[in-house]
Write a protein that binds this ligand. Structure first.
Ligand code: ADP
Ligand code: ZN
Ligand code: ZN
Length: 794
């Protein structure tokens, strides 16, 4: 008899999704608990793999292999998270291990060494035993018999643990400057040294100790050195928590007095915290003060001694947004986004795990934050497709949030100006509570006027392709008034490509069935799927004619055109190319906020969350690209995006105006954006969905099958389709197999099968069976994705 651990093993291709049993050796027994990460020998070769302990029991250990090592002193996952993975597995068709790994910081999913650090208070005997003459040691180099002792010391806080990785450093050195006023006043500076004089004036008017980096933004090293050497600036160095200096820069703000609608929302939502309850759909027009409502809810939650998660789309996780939370809740906030290095993510995770952070603001994966005692989960812009992960495990953050909210009896708030049709329908069926904010929160701000311009009226008669004369006139008008303009060019869709005018040849990727996109900054043709890159052709690769032309449009081209039209305008461009470098996004927005540019031109990146009072004109250059995608949500997405971007205009006293250029002025999505009537759009769209049999009237599951040989792929796809058909009822509708809209990428062919259904008891079983089939040797080149409620059909 002995102790047995059930372990989910990190094997990328496993025959089964079930835990394996291992013996717990006596010396590790008091270190291993549910949720511990361990190393175990696996398979015939007994190679060491990582695994998670998901069960513990007493039993006969005779034929079992033993656990080799424990990787953490405290279990990394708690009971709630283990249960969550079990529940998620019913609708996420990937292996359990991928669900568990999604819940821990990626730093811990790779095999990094643990490093132990001595802290003050450690007895000299202990220190000698463990550290010898050093202050830190790599754990894996230690005598294993010390394990129990180390665990105790870690628990009592006398030893700290970090993980080695290039960027694991938690401390950052900041140099501060301190102006020496007397020296400054007597400092001799030549009249011609204008910058030095400017620096002296600056220092005299800013006599407080501040980070040197702030001076560096305005003055060169040479200038600073002169002052340092003259003793007019003293410096000192301080080590701080990496995130600390960021927090220090954000000024505290006060809670605003809520208007009646906002106050009602906060009261209703907070009343039921701690009781089992339905989620709340908070439908509030842009600028109605949803964020202020979130802040008040969180304030209440913290006062109850509870914690909160706020999810925002990655793209709107701007400093402007995160600062609103930091300015109210200070160091209780942890920020989680993809721009952080693995080390920084790990720091934030530890802040949460240790209970120091009580409010987590983050993108999709922040829903897994190891918070205890959650009082509220808020999902802002709940309709955003980015809440669904498009790689394994394919979970929707909204579904995970619902499970966590149920577990904690927390309030789940889904906020949006344009809720997803599914969520809005649930509110109608009273599956969700429904709360509306119908007014702009700033009493002086008015809903902007929206005008639609029919692009077809200008076909052929204008010199430039992106700007109608009406739009140019309006931009000129704002420039003369010193007001600002936001222009959006939605590049989704397949717009910028090269085509031969003689033979119609389109330059396509050799690995994918998609045209190459022209990039002027690198002077190359790029494939957005596989990364293939080549030089821009000067003659047609097919017929050698030189009539090869650039079609479609991109932000870069629009930028150049506008600069030619309005050479006096100061412009900023925001798209993936200009925001690749870390912090670039923030820099552009800050510059625009300070009024250093008149026009901000960008992709849909600019549609969300921006709150600039001086913006009075929003122009949408091409409203159509998203409309023409072969996806039943294309009208919904178009309506949501245009409403969002329209909401950037007229956020304060100055009235705002929106101009939308389109080739489809009669499309209902465009028409209803003009009326700014979400409820009318919802009603119309529900009719469309009903007649076509799409969500929310049906549930959907999408299967994507990929293979390098198209014939084999077709054969397998039909086999799988038949298998599904035989298992499901006659009421289920099975579409396909058909080639995906982009039928080949990375030299793989793709087919899809879509299942539409209402109630199918055996669906989960069938899908798991198919998942297992792809593990057969005979199918080893077949790739399968099972996507429950897919958000993207292209
Ligand atoms: P939403 O998230 O719904 O788009 P925000 O929360 O960003 O709206 O609010 C829009 C603007 O109105 C912000 O500038 C915000 O500071 C302001 N605001 C919000 N609530 C109030 C209020 N109760 N009184 C005055 N101004 C408010
Ligand atoms: Zn390609
Ligand atoms: Zn040609």
């Amino acid at each position: 008899m002995g102790k047995i651990a059930q372990i989910i093993v990190d094997v990328p291709l496993m025959q089964t999704d079930k835990p394996f049993s291992y013996q717990v050796p006596d010396d590790l027994a008091n270190l291993i608990d549910l949720g511990s990460r361990v190393h175990i020998p696996f398979g015939k070769s007994n190679r060491l793999l990582q695994g998670f302990v998901v069960g513990l029991e007493e039993g006969s250990v005779e034929d079992l292999k033993a656990i080799t090592a424990v990787l953490d002193f405290e279990p990394i996952l708690n009971k709630e998270q283990l249960e969550l993975a079990d529940q998620m597995r019913h609708s996420v068709f990937s292996y359990k291990i991928s669900l568990l790994k999604a819940m821990v910081p990626s730093l811990l999913n790779s095999n990094y060494d643990k490093i132990l650090h001595a802290t003050v208070g450690l007895s000299s005997a202990d220190k000698e035993l463990i550290f010898g003459s050093k202050d830190s040691v790599v754990y894996s180099n230690l005598d294993q018999s010390l394990e129990g002792q180390i665990s105790k010391l870690v628990k009592s806080g006398l030893i700290t643990v970090t993980y080695s990785a290039e960027d694991k450093k938690t401390l950052k050195t900041i140099t501060y400057y301190h102006p020496q006023l007397e020296v400054l006043q007597n400092l001799e500076i030549s009249k011609r040294a204008k910058r030095r004089q400017a620096l002296r004036d600056f220092l005299l008017s800013h006599p407080k100790r501040r980070p040197l980096s702030e001076l560096r933004q305005e003055f060169s090293w040479d200038q600073l050195h002169f002052f340092i050497e003259a003793g007019a600036i003293q410096t000192d160095e301080v080590q701080v928590d990496r995130s600390q200096d960021y927090f220090d820069q954000v000024a505290k703000t006060d809670f605003l007095n809520l208007n009646e609608e906002q106050a009602h929302a906060v009261e209703t939502i907070t009343a039921d915290i701690g009781k089992a309850n339905k989620p709340y759909l908070l439908e509030g027009i842009t600028g109605s003060g949803k964020t202020e409502v979130y802040l008040h809810i969180i304030d209440r939650v913290l006062k109850m001694g509870k914690t909160a998660i706020v999810l925002v789309p990655e793209i709107s996780l701007t400093p402007q947004m995160t600062n609103r939370f930091i300015s109210r809740f200070g160091e209780q906030v942890a920020i989680m986004h993809s721009g952080l290095s693995n080390g920084e993510k790990y720091d934030e995770w530890r802040k949460i795990k240790s209970g120091k952070a009580k409010v987590v603001v983050g993108a999709r994966s922040a829903i897994f934050s190891p918070l205890e005692n959650i009082g509220a989960i808020i999902i802002d812009e709940e309709h955003e497709a980015s809440y669904k992960q498009e790689s394994n495990p394919r979970y929707h953050a909204r579904d995970v949030a619902l499970l966590r909210a149920q577990y904690h009896k927390a309030a789940l708030v889904l906020g949006s100006a344009t809720p997803s049709i599914e969520s809005r329908a649930r509110a109608s069926r009273e599956v969700y509570h429904f709360i509306r904010l119908t007014q702009r929160a700033n009493p002086l701000a008015k809903i902007p006027e929206v005008e639609i311009v029919d692009f077809r009226d200008y076909l052929g008669q204008q010199e430039v392709s992106n700007f109608t004369p009406i739009l140019v006139d309006k931009i000129k008008d704002r420039l003369s008034k010193g007001e600002q303009v936001v222009l959006m060019l939605n590049r989704r869709g397949f717009s910028s490509f090269i085509m031969c005018r003689e033979c119609g040849y389109v330059d396509e990727c050799p690995n994918c069935d998609i045209s190459l996109t022209l990039h002027m900054d690198t002077k190359t043709m790029n494939c957005h799927y596989c990364g293939f890159q080549k030089d821009i052709p000067h003659s047609c690769p097919n017929c050698s004619s030189s009539s090869i032309r650039y079609y479609g449009t991109g932000t870069q081209k629009a930028y150049d055109e506008l600069q030619e039209l309005l050479p006096q305008a100061r412009m900023l461009r925001m798209d993936v190319d200009t925001t690749r470098r870390r912090g670039a996004h923030e820099k552009i927005l800050k510059a625009f906020g300070r009024g250093e540019a008149d026009i901000l031109l960008g992709t849909q990146m600019i549609a969300k969350g921006l709150d600039f009072p001086n913006v009075t004109l929003v122009g949408v250059l091409n409203a159509d690209t998203a409309l023409n995608l072969p996806d039943f949500r294309s009208a919904e997405r178009t309506f949501q995006l245009l409403t969002q971007v329209a909401g950037r205009a007229g956020r304060a006293e100055k009235a705002g105006e929106v101009l939308i250029q389109t080739y489809n002025p009669n499309n209902y999505a465009i028409q209803l954006v003009q009326k700014q009537d979400y409820e009318a759009f919802y009603a119309y769209e529900m009719g469309v969905r009903k007649s076509l049999g799409y969500p929310p009237y049906y549930y959907t599951v999408g299967l994507t099958l990929s293979h390098k040989n198209e014939e084999i792929l077709i054969q397998k796809s039909f086999e799988i389709m038949n298998l599904i058909k035989n298992q499901l009822s006659d009421k289920a509708k099975i579409l396909g197999p058909t080639p995906k809209p982009i039928a080949r990428t990375h030299n793989l062919y793709h087919y899809q099968i879509i299942i539409k259904y209402r109630f199918e008891d055996s669906l989960e079983e069938v899908l798991n069976h198919i998942l297992d089939l792809t593990q057969d040797k005979a199918n080893k080149d077949l790739r399968l994705i099972i996507d429950y409620e897919p958000q993207n059909f292209v």
